[in-house]
Design a protein around this ligand. Structure first.
Ligand code: HEC
Length: 301
């Protein structure tokens, strides 16, 4: 009798292991097939501008809304960021995008296509770089970023490793995170932002930059599959477990100086080196929008 029960248990475990392994195998091969795809997205006809006002707008967007020069992104000199190890999910090292790196290889149109569609020079999808979060930038803003990047002094720094690991591939296919960027952009309708105003209508677009970490619904919670060394993004909705009792001044202080309402210093994983450079319109727009999202308990992402 005992033997029979044991045999039964072993059989159930074996079936479960085989089912999980074959599910994982299917998801991983779907991910690989999607990353092998060559996208037929025409190269936009973009020619860099040398107008100082356009370059200044590009510099602002690169350092603030785009967060390109963030510490864990391409670095303050845009010569490439550090290697971030995310265990079984992935390892990533943002590359050199100065004229000694990416900008040497890409034409103006190819750069614009990369920013808008997440498609690389060779037609494959970008890995992980969240182009889906700033694809709302209107054509004039994309042109401004391309024009500014052309003026950045070259930095010679070798690029570190970037690889998506099996758990990352499965999480991507389950939509728990976006690593296969061009597939998402190709599937979503184009929705470009209106001209900047300090309103929720504009803040909704700026807030896309927060959703990769704080979640689609902005209520935070641990990043899927992240090792414990990565802090948990907090709740940005007007819930009691979020920013319910916060004023604009509290919000502005944490975004510009990294000091939370409770006086604690913010973990540097939250990229305030970019957010501190939002202009007043962007900061107010973002705050106006955060007050309109449904209050949700922490952790529902
Ligand atoms: C790279 C991931 C990442 C991105 C992108 C990000 N955050 Fe955060 N954020 C975090 C983490 C992690 C914390 C918690 C840090 C801690 O515990 O000290 C945090 C904390 C915060 C807090 C403090 C909340 C509190 O209760 O003190 C605010 C406000 C905030 N983020 C706003 C934003 C906004 C607005 C954006 C988009 C413009 C954004 N974050 C984008 C990771 C991120």
């Amino acid at each position: 009798m005992v033997k029979k029960i044991l045999l039964g248990v072993v059989a159930v475990v074996v079936v479960a292991v085989v089912a999980v392994a074959s599910y994982a195998g299917v998801q991983i091969s779907r991910f690989n097939a999607s990353m092998d795809k060559v996208y037929d997205v025409p190269i936009p006809e973009v020619v860099r501008s040398t107008d100082p006002a356009v370059i200044a707008r590009g510099k602002h967007l690169t350092n603030s809304v785009g967060a390109c020069s963030g510490r864990l992104c391409h670095g303050s000199d845009l010569g490439g960021g550090p290697t971030t190890e995310m265990g079984p999910v992935m390892v990533f090292s943002p590359p050199d995008i100065t004229s000694a790196g990416l900008c040497a290889a890409y034409s103006d149109g190819e750069l614009a296509r990369l920013i808008r569609y997440g498609v690389k020079k060779d037609g494959h999808s970008l890995m992980f770089m969240p182009a889906q979060d700033f694809r709302w930038l209107p054509d004039a803003d994309v042109l401004a970023i391309v024009s500014y990047l052309r003026t950045v002094p070259p930095v010679e720094r070798p690029n570190g490793p970037t690889a998506i690991r099996p758990l990352g591939k499965i999480l991507d296919r389950r939509d728990a995170m976006v690593l296969d960027v061009a597939r998402r952009i190709a599937a979503a309708p184009v929705d470009l932002a209106p001209p900047p105003t300090p309103t929720a209508a504009y803040g909704k677009y700026v807030a896309h930059m927060c959703q990769g970490c704080h979640g689609e619904g902005l209520s935070g919670g641990p990043l899927p599959g992240a090792p414990p060394s990565i802090p948990t993004p907090l709740n940005l909705t007007p819930d009691a477990t979020g920013l319910k009792d916060w004023s604009f001044e509290d919000f502005d202080r944490v975004m510009r100086h990294g000091v939370r309402k409770n006086g604690q210093q913010l973990n540097p994983f939250m990229p305030i080196e970019a957010w501190s450079q939002f202009d007043d319109v962007e900061m107010q727009a973002l705050w106006a929008y955060l007050r309109t999202v449904p209050p949700t308990a922490l952790g529902n992402r």
